[in-house]
Design a protein around this ligand. Structure first.
Ligand code: CA
Length: 544
């Protein structure tokens, strides 16, 4: 087994060594200690100082507990497994965790909840959850949980009791919440309306937009709203910092105005319990539509326009003009702040519903996987990374494949390894597992760690406002400044496969190369106002 891993490991290095003019025969000399000298970024960036995160502009790691780390050897990831990996998450520089749903559910993904105030037994107990929070507090890591409010499971007691009531209701009687309060929790109808499913053993139908086993909640119901308040209070009392809101554009399908009104109530309710309670909403739609949800007062909306294989980042790395990456950020600043001046963008690159990024770029030697990760992490706001992206994990096609076991080891029997969802295909990884990447200065893992380090070292990068430098930006170079509370940095990206020299004569105040991200051994240099940018490289400059 270890020989196969070694071979894979060497293959990962070969494209870089080839660029360096090394023949494969030199590769053994380039491995290990001496490889560090090939990588400017590790040497330069180690001088960066990080200040502790103290607000909701963080660096977030999205965890699917089921596939992350198994502590009791039943093949299913669990909270104790996650606790055992908090040092890993902290060491990468993450300051927040988004937990995908952890409540009891019939499905492996748990987006159909059976009980909103308990932990799924396969994941552990509430005591485990409390321990997780305590351990995260020690590390200044915030935890937000998924709050799935559009629908419940059809096995949720609310739905089951409403169903029982309708089954026994005589044909010619009218139904009423007076006799069964849960009748009011969902949207039942005598007619089969659009998006409604037949209710078995009755003449009724119910709204179920995603799936017949996920009945939509009636969010107009005062009683449902009371339940939601109690659910939020329960988790806030257990120490969460906020919530990731599933499917906010589906709250009132086809009526964004009503969905925004509901969200307004929800956000103010949460913030009345905890002033800085953080909310991030999922609205998988076009930019102008999800931007409008900022009118609700929600902190963040996921920035779908930069994500996925067809988003701004992938488009630029597949050939679109580099400057489009900066210009799109400027456009967003104007758009989002037109709805809320307190907005915190939520950039992300992939998530549990998207193919993993290692499959977006064919035979690129990992270069674009690295570069794209940094282009996400260097954006302003609360930046999200899906677990395993820092290793360049693969996974596409059916949803289960996108949620494959965290690749700690190539040995599926190794400690902590999960089995993954039952219907998952065999997912073939292209890049080595964590245990093979962690000490390799040229690995995707090391690169991600450096990108997070840079993000956490400059508030101007995590919080700042972007101003494009159009005169030095073009098809291969994107250059912009970011400014926050008097701190100003210049960011330069070379998004193409050829080195380029950029004249900074008009920007001489940026005279210090502070941090770099390299994807090959060629160094970024700043000399006499000329910035040399190797292929696929990123430079951060400041004044002295
Ligand atoms: Ca387990």
């Amino acid at each position: 087994m270890s020989r196969i891993i070694k071979k894979l490991h060497l293959c990962a290095l070969l494209p870089l060594l080839a660029l360096a003019g090394c023949t494969p025969a030199d590769s053994s000399a380039a491995g290990g200690q001496s490889a560090a000298s090939l990588v400017q970024m590790v040497e330069l960036n180690k001088n960066l100082e990080t200040s502790a995160a103290d607000d909701n502009y963080r660096t977030v790691y999205e965890v699917f507990v089921y596939s992350f780390c198994d502590s009791d050897n039943d093949g299913i990831g669990d909270l104790q497994g996650l606790i055992s990996k908090l040092d890993y998450i902290q060491d990468l520089g993450f300051t927040e965790i988004w937990l995908m749903p952890v409540c009891p559910s019939q499905t492996y993904h748990k987006y159909d909840v059976d009980d909103y105030t308990a932990i799924d037994p396969s994941y552990g107990t509430l005591d485990d959850f409390d321990q997780l929070i305590a351990e995260c507090n020690k590390r200044n890591i915030n935890v937000i949980t998924d709050l799935v409010l559009n629908h419940t499971s059809d096995t949720h007691p609310w739905f089951v009791q409403a169903w029982d009531y309708l089954k026994e209701l005589p044909e010619d009687w009218g139904a009423s919440a007076e006799y069964c309060p849960y009748f009011d929790y969902y949207n039942f109808s005598r007619e089969q309306l659009d998006g409604y499913a037949p209710l078995a053993d009755t003449n009724w139908y119910y709204e179920a937009r995603f799936w017949s086993e996920m009945p939509d909640l009636n969010l107009d119901s005062e009683n449902v709203r009371k339940e939601i308040s109690e659910i939020m209070k329960f988790w806030l009392d257990h120490g969460v910092s906020g919530f990731r809101l599933d499917a906010v554009t589906s709250y009132y399908t086809g009526n964004n105005e009503e969905s925004i009104e509901f969200l307004k109530w929800l956000v103010s309710e949460g913030k009345s319990m905890k002033k800085d309670c953080y909310f991030v909403g999922e609205g998988w739609t076009d930019r102008s539509s999800f931007a409008a949800f900022y009118a609700s007062g929600i902190d963040s909306m996921f920035d779908f326009s930069f994500a996925n294989s067809d988003g701004v980042i992938a488009a630029v790395l597949k050939g679109a003009d580099a400057k489009a990456y900066g210009q799109a950020q400027v456009n967003e600043q104007e758009l989002f702040s037109s709805y809320s001046t307190d907005y915190i963008n939520a950039p992300f690159y992939t998530n549990h519903d998207m193919a993993r990024s290692a499959g977006y770029y064919v035979n690129d030697g990992g270069t674009k996987v690295k570069m794209s990760g940094a282009m996400n992490l260097l954006m302003s706001g609360n930046a999200f990374v899906y677990y395993g992206e820092e290793l360049g994990m693969k996974g596409s096609g059916k949803d289960e494949n996108k949620r494959a076991p965290m690749y700690w080891s190539a040995d599926p029997e190794a400690e902590g390894m999960c089995d993954g969802p039952a219907d998952m295909d065999e997912v073939k990884m292209v890049w080595p597992p964590y245990e093979e990447q962690k000490d390799d200065p040229l690995s995707i893992y090391t690169y991600y760690k450096e990108a997070v380090r840079i993000r956490n070292a400059f508030k101007a990068i995590s919080h700042g406002t972007v101003t494009m430098l159009d005169d030095i930006s073009d098809s291969s170079i994107c250059a912009y400044t970011k400014e926050y509370e008097g701190q100003k940095v210049l960011l330069v990206f070379n998004t193409k496969g050829e080195a380029k020299d950029v004249s900074l004569s008009s920007y001489s105040e940026f005279n210090t190369l502070k941090a770099v991200l390299n994807t090959n051994e060629e160094e970024i240099t700043l000399k006499d106002g000329s910035l040399h940018m190797p292929a696929f490289s990123i430079a951060v400059l400041t004044g002295e």
